[in-house]
Design a protein. Structure first.
Length: 188
């Protein structure tokens, strides 16, 4: 039975880790150690808890009115095989699948030579948010990413074209202000 190390239970109510209402799989283990990381407790590869991938799949089956799932952490690419199994099943259930990684898309293409599950996982993704979080490029005005160097990538188009294809609709920076917050977030 395939195992995965998670930072905690499946989060089933996220609206900030991709579009719509999402479930988030918080993987445990990250070698990037980005300065200013908002999840440093997920760095330890021996931390968190070990779970059966089948248990996560069963939890996904129970989700109602969800738009998708997001693989985050930690860094899901350090557990590519288990994350591939989860992403593949999520796609079979009709979910949109996003993944956050500190690696760049280009680095993942090279890493695929050492771990074939990297490409298998990428083939299940709709969107990849790539690149390390860089504190010097942090902005609260960005949608679905923490720093300007990170990219929101259309994975199927990128694989088809053999180059990175950016999802343009998430590139615009919004000016963060109390007025904007009130108008856009409090009155949904």
């Amino acid at each position: 039975m395939q195992k995965i190390r998670l930072a905690g239970e499946l989060q089933t109510d996220s609206i900030v880790d991709g579009p719509g209402i999402r479930a988030v799989v918080w993987t445990q283990g990250c070698g990037h150690h980005c300065k200013g990381c908002h999840n440093p407790e997920t760095w330890d590869f021996k931390g968190g808890m070990e779970c059966d991938v089948d248990d996560i799949k069963r939890q996904l089956e129970q989700l109602e009115d969800h738009d998708g799932i997001t693989l985050s952490g930690g860094d899901p690419m350090f557990q590519a095989k288990a994350c591939y199994e989860i992403a593949k099943y999520a796609k079979e259930l009709g979910f949109n699948v996003w993944c956050y990684t500190g690696f760049t898309y280009e680095q993942l293409m090279v890493m695929n030579g050492r771990d074939s599950y990297i490409l298998k996982l990428l083939e299940q993704l709709d969107v990849l948010v790539d690149g390390k979080f860089e504190l010097a490029q942090k902005s609260l005005n960005l949608k679905f990413k923490g720093s300007r160097n990170q990219r929101i990538i259309d994975v199927p188009a990128s694989l088809d074209e053999g180059k990175v294809v950016i999802v343009d609709k998430y590139c615009e920076e919004k000016k963060w202000s109390p007025k904007y917050q009130k108008q856009e977030f409090l009155y949904i």
